[in-house]
Design a protein around this ligand. Sequence first.
Ligand code: VGL
Ligand code: ZN
Length: 208
Amino acid sequence: MQIRPGDEDLLLIIDVQNDFCPGGALAVADGDAVVPVINRLAERFDYVALTQDWHPVGHSSFATSHPRSAPFDIINMPYGKQTLWPDHCIQGTPGAAFHPQLATEKAELVIRKGFRTEIDSYSAFYENDRRTPTGLAGYLRERGLRRVFLAGLATDFCVYYSALDACRLGFTTVVIEAGCRAIDLAGSLDAAWAGMAAAGLQRINDLG
Ligand code: VGL
Ligand code: ZN
């Protein structure tokens, strides 16, 4: 079945940035493969928004900010558990820039997230305390956008949390698998798909 995006539909492109692509600081295997897929998808939507992971130097999600910690350790933060990462997507650096081939022109909104030193933000809607809003839900509601299609990086972190929040906020939510790639830490990809299925959101391979 072919899906034809209409005037209540948004394509939300998550974190297609150099640091998540091969050669980047937190490279996702085959991450740049989403670029042509997403560019093709974007042509079919009237409304497109982008997210950009956008951390200050010394961000609390960086392992280098915590003595005796290594990347991919999990620590307790005041807002809950937090995976530690290599330094990545530092504001204004080439690693934080969108992939050079990503067609960004059509996007009418860029949501930057993770810009507060003391808290990370995987989701495009809420920071990792799951309650501090980014403003994206307000944008969608004010613009009458009711259905959100997601693609980008990484399936099991920022796409996952963004999709769960979109669903929780009452938007019809569709994850486009062909436009996503995963980090897959200790089974996190399977857990993410299971969590998304449990939330009742839709998973499709492509628009058809
Ligand atoms: C992401 C880990 C840390 C993502 C961002 O975009 O999925 N993952 N920061
Ligand atoms: Zn990050």
